[in-house]
Write a protein that binds this ligand. Structure first.
Ligand code: ADP
Length: 200
């Protein structure tokens, strides 16, 4: 199966673009959803998390105590590394399983941190970056999530730069001050390119 890795910073429009591809019948694999599922009640990551971090990090329903884990990893890089050593291989395995089972001309894997976590790039045929300015990210996420400017800037500071994401891209969708019909036109054109690459 031909695999397109779709990435972009927070608020760049990844979900919006992914939905436009899905409207063409392209199957989506969403790594954020998978990450959430493996730490949902009795998710496959939970036994290892309980062993590594203790039962205090498991909520009564068997899911990850997200608030507690967020507080820990925010200030403790080694804890973050230990958590990711558990979750990343499971996310990778589940992503590969969903890719194998996907039915369609090609598959899109939505990977918000594709550029940050190096090995993703080698596991996709093509990297598609959704691009917009930092100012646009800030205003979209402030209104979507009701975050302050400082909260959005703190998230952006932990992500790859706009330049790094553009440098990693094979293809770019421009989503800065772009009306939705023009965004759709770019997706339609890119879909035709992927159809022919996938068929080749
Ligand atoms: P991401 O998945 O990259 O975080 P989203 O697709 O959720 O980004 O987009 C962030 C917000 O901006 C959403 O509320 C979305 O509806 C809005 N948005 C994205 N692109 C556009 C656009 N071209 N025109 C208008 N609103 C947009």
């Amino acid at each position: 199966m031909f695999v397109v890795g779709l990435t972009g910073g927070i608020g760049s429009g990844k979900s919006t673009v992914a939905d436009l591809f899905a409207a063409h019948g392209v199957p989506l694999v969403d790594t954020d959803l998978i990450a959430h599922r493996i730490t949902a009640p009795h998710g496959v990551a939970m036994p290892q998390i309980a062993t590594e971090f203790g039962e205090a990090f498991v909520a009564p329903d068997g899911s990850l105590d997200r608030a507690r884990m967020r507080t820990l990893v925010f200030s403790d890089d080694s804890a973050r590394n230990r958590l990711e050593a558990i979750t990343h291989p499971l996310i990778r395995a589940e992503t590969e399983r969903e890719q194998r089972e996907a039915q369609g001309p090609y598959v899109i894997v939505v990977v918000p941190l594709l550029v940050e976590s190096g090995s993703w790039k080698t596991r996709v045929n093509r990297v598609l970056t959704v691009d917009c300015s930092v100012e646009t990210q800030i205003s979209r996420v402030m209104s979507r999530n009701n975050f302050s400017r400082e909260q959005v800037l703190a998230i952006i500071a932990r992500q790859a730069t706009r330049e790094a994401r553009l440098a990693a891209a094979d293809d770019v969708i421009d989503n800065d001050n772009v009306p939705l019909d023009a965004l759709k036109a770019q997706v339609d054109a890119q879909h035709r390119v992927y159809l022919s690459l996938a068929a080749a």
